[in-house]
Ligand binder design. Sequence first.
Ligand SMILES: *Cc1c(COP(=O)(O)O)cnc(C)c1O
Length: 396
Amino acid sequence: MHKHPSALGVATALKPAAPVTLIRPQAAARAARFFAEKFPGRSLYAVKANPSPDLLVTLWESGITHYDVASIAEVRLVARTLPDAKLCFMHPVKAEEAIFEAYHSHGVRTFSLDTIDELEKIMRATNDATDLELCVRLRVSSEHSELSLASKFGAELGETRDLLMATRQAADALGICFHVGSQAMSPVAYTNAIERVRAAIVDAAVTVDIIDVGGGFPSLYPGMEPPELEHYFTAIHRGFESLPVSYSSELWCEPGRALSAEYSSVVVRVERRRGKELYITDGAYGALFDAAHLGWRFPVALLREEDSAADLEGFSFYGPTCDDMDHMVGPFMLPDDVKVGDYIEIGMLGAYGAAMRTGFNGFTSDAVIEVEDEPMASLYAEPVPARRLATVIKLG
Ligand SMILES: *Cc1c(COP(=O)(O)O)cnc(C)c1O
């Protein structure tokens, strides 16, 4: 692994023609310690947000012992990288072969489901195992989140009673889980979802061993500055404590974004300028999927030895492929004298950015460099470095 003191150093010393992913293990470690110490229960890392083995090791070393995996490839990856980690297979619709291999070859005992069909599949694949932890996924609202997860998975109110009773019969430990959607901008999302859990427990009259409030914990992006994470933890703790099963059950959460967003950023070069449009070396098929498809604005900084004195202006980006859809509308705020050959750091791409890079059109890059400077924004830095904070406020 190459190391450099800073993003600026990478741009000026290496002048990379292809995008470079910068990683900041110290930022991911800080996020992991925050969850391990402050969440009032157990935190599972949702591997899909960023499956980089280096990140997995960093999180493990900082206190994250449980991993939420969703595919057999993720099961194998984490089992290989962290042999002592506990894996929880939390995709409600799995291939029977995947369940079989997870149970028999990798020691996975925790599975989620949202239908009787899936319960039967799990029982078949594990030969009616008696040591299963089975989590029934409830459908809850995504109304407080920037990214909905409400349509695809989750048992409806009318279905939960039979499903919870049948799963209780089959499971050694019964869990209830949900996901409020990603980048949840208010703790109320969790309070409301826990009310759904209460209604389901009362209706089915079952004892429950695990309450898993899922992911959705936000990170910090321009225009999306959430309340402090402690407020989320307080709301969840309060909701959990008020459930009739709290005295005998464990509380879990599954953060993906919140543990990985600050871990990486990308350094790109400007290849062309057309008015307020910049043609850069990474895009929708690289680490900027969410900027292209969701219109998310990420923090940006011009990487020049001498800071530009020009006013900030809003720019949009084109990625490197020949496709019109490779377009990030922004606005990304940069000094108005930005020009061809300049380097730009695009921040907060550790979650669902670096992980989604494709090789489309031949534009890809596996260059990764570890840097020691602070991420462009942080929910965990104490105190937030002044230059970085100023950047975020100006951009927001
Ligand atoms: C994607 C996902 C997560 C992580 O969500 P974030 O919004 O990144 O925290 C957690 N649990 C499940 C089941 C998921 O599908």
